[in-house]
Write a new protein. Sequence first.
Length: 276
Amino acid sequence: MQLGEYIQQIVAASLKCLGTGNGYPSGHRAHSCYLYEFGKTSVMVDCGEPATATFKRLKIDWNIPDAIFISHLHFDHCGGLFMLLQGMYLEHRTKPLKIYMPRDGIDLFQNLLKAAGFVPEVVNFELGFEEISNLTTVSVNDIQITPVLNSHLDSFKQKVSGKYDFKYESFSFLITAGGKKIFHTSDIGSIEDLKPVSEYGVDTLVCELYHVKPEQLFEYLQNAKLEKLILVHLDRRYRKNIEEIKSLAGKFLPETVCVIPDDGAQIFLETKQPSV
């Protein structure tokens, strides 16, 4: 390989589904928690409970991930964060950790950690919090994560009509690794929240299937040219008809691989990046 010459390399990339459940209590599925690994870099999207138990059961290294991104502050997306941090401390994590979340949560999380004695004088790894904002890209080593504001909490904001001093933001995430683009929705409020899939030329869509109906979703995605569609956060009634949903996806999206994973599943993603 000559200096300055670019070669396409396959980079080990995968999505580990640590929790695929929706907001309802379940004895079979954990709440939203997803670990993306791209070579030596890893990022987690959301941290529903019981993330700590899942880390232990799957024997995940406590120095993973490099960063955690919280899409919004509903408890099924962030309710496992405190115990995961305690688990990392007790299992002797040493690697710094940055947590990215909507502005509303930063002071609240930091103050509760202080009240619990989770402070730099005691904890054996560096912990930091950063605000996420719409379309402001965050780089984690060689991975780029772009928060994209969605409408999931818009109806709630209208209902409370400025009564509380919070922004009530909810984000999806565009994850760019090498030559691939992944769009992770967490929760959405409207099918129009999926516009970035076509606008950014997304290869893989990880989409919740609770606030949107399957046929509506598949019809909307017909021209998106997706390689993979990974359906998570399912409404309980859809869990009973997984094969029917996959069959319906095949009718609308014959060139797209549709996956409906269980907790603990690892989905491999082909990701190419140039090397010199």
